[in-house]
Unconditional design. Structure first.
Length: 371
């Protein structure tokens, strides 16, 4: 019988890490700064890692058994937008990066990261943005990206003036997160998906490190950079990974069973059911260690786990979620949910292999991989 250590989660570290992550713009395709920040965090925790060719992170918590082993994956990339064109009035035509409604872009402040090096501020607006001019039409106009434009905070009223600012088609637009951390534990911000998940993974790893726990098998911490466009963990896995736990948001909404102040364990998403045995072993950890949790099913949702399986990896997968209201919009979570997720992950890192056939002979120390 495995004896688990329940290391405490450093809440101050978790919140500090989340705040720092939210301050770093990282729409899919522009994630280098977030990756470098995370590499610095791993260095401080003395957790070895490598970068993939695409720029994702593979970090390694060493265990007694090195193959087969397990992985935990979360993603650093967020939603955003891109310059599609310049209108005759100097406003920018935009398209989304990732899947999110134009409804949640309207009125958002953002920055254009021009290839010229300039950082130009502006606002997403519908075409008819003034009730004083358009009256009821501001409420009846379509909600769509085709009906959206980006107003630059520059003296521009034609495409030539916009070009003189250094803005070109294909420049990335990062939306302000506008984070607010309340004393009662609620956290409001854009991009909590999945930066709250990343913070939970780091907090769990820190707790295991600080407690000096010897893991029974290697646990790889994977941080992907293209989950919001469906690629995610398709290219970042180690070949010896037997089970993968994906970390993402659990949506709070009518008809859902998300645990707002604990962990939500997904039984199925749009890609199909998660592994029966792995999922129920996580449920057992919650029940045994009194971690508040619920089970849920997501109809229109997929995570890094789906990308990993679709890429041909022969692995068991599960999905663990922190609670999130208004996902891909003006998001809100609670520190209790993120902390519960970190607690569960710290326990999962200690869990033995699911089956005897998942255990491999342990070679001498000199045979351990050095990556």
């Amino acid at each position: 019988m495995t004896v688990y250590v329940s290391p405490g989660i450093d809440q101050a570290y978790l919140l500090r890490t989340l705040k720092s992550l939210l301050e770093i713009p990282s729409p899919t395709g522009m994630t280098d700064a977030a990756v470098m920040f995370l590499c610095g965090q791993l260095d401080e925790l003395k957790i070895p890692y490598k970068l993939t060719r695409r720029g994702a992170i593979r970090a390694d918590l060493r265990g007694v058994q090195y193959s087969p082993d397990r992985a935990i994956v979360s993603h650093l990339d967020t939603l955003g937008a891109m310059v599609k064109g310049v209108r005759a009035n100097g406003r920018l035509e935009v398209v989304p990066i990732g899947t999110w409604s134009a409804r949640f872009a309207e009125g958002a402040r953002a920055t254009v990261f021009a290839d010229s090096g300039r950082r130009i501020r502006g606002t997403f607006l519908p075409h008819k943005a003034s009730g004083h001019v358009f009256h009821d039409e501001v409420d009846t106009q379509p909600i769509s990206w085709a009906n959206l434009e980006f107003r630059l905070d520059e003296q521009v009223d034609n495409p030539t003036a916009v070009a003189a600012c250094g803005i070109e088609i294909g420049d990335t637009i990062a939306v302000d997160p506008q984070p607010e951390f309340s004393d009662n534990g609620f956290i409001n911000s854009r991009h909590l998906d999945d930066k709250a998940g990343v913070a939970a993974v780091l907090a769990a790893a820190k707790s295991v490190r600080d407690a000096g726990i010897t893991l029974l098998m290697d646990c790889h911490l994977l941080f992907t950079i293209s989950e919001e466009v469906g690629v995610g963990a398709s290219h970042v896995l180690h070949g010896d990974v037997a089970e993968l736990v994906s970390i993402d948001n659990g949506t709070i909404a009518p008809g859902q069973n998300t645990c707002e102040y604990g962990v939500t364990i997904a039984m199925q998403d749009s890609s199909g059911p998660f592994d029966w045995h792995l999922t129920r072993s996580l449920i057992d950890l919650c029940q045994t260690h009194d971690i508040p949790f619920s089970r849920d099913v997501f109809r229109w949702y997929r995570s890094d786990a789906a990308a990993a399986v679709e890429a041909g990896n022969d692995i068991r997968t599960a999905l663990l979620c922190f609670a999130l209201d208004s996902s891909h919009g003006y998001e809100r979570t609670h520190v209790a949910s993120i902390e519960a997720l970190a607690h569960l992950l710290a326990l999962y890192m200690q869990r033995p292999p699911l089956f005897a056939r998942d255990a491999a002979p342990i070679g001498p120390a000199g045979d351990l991989p050095t990556g």
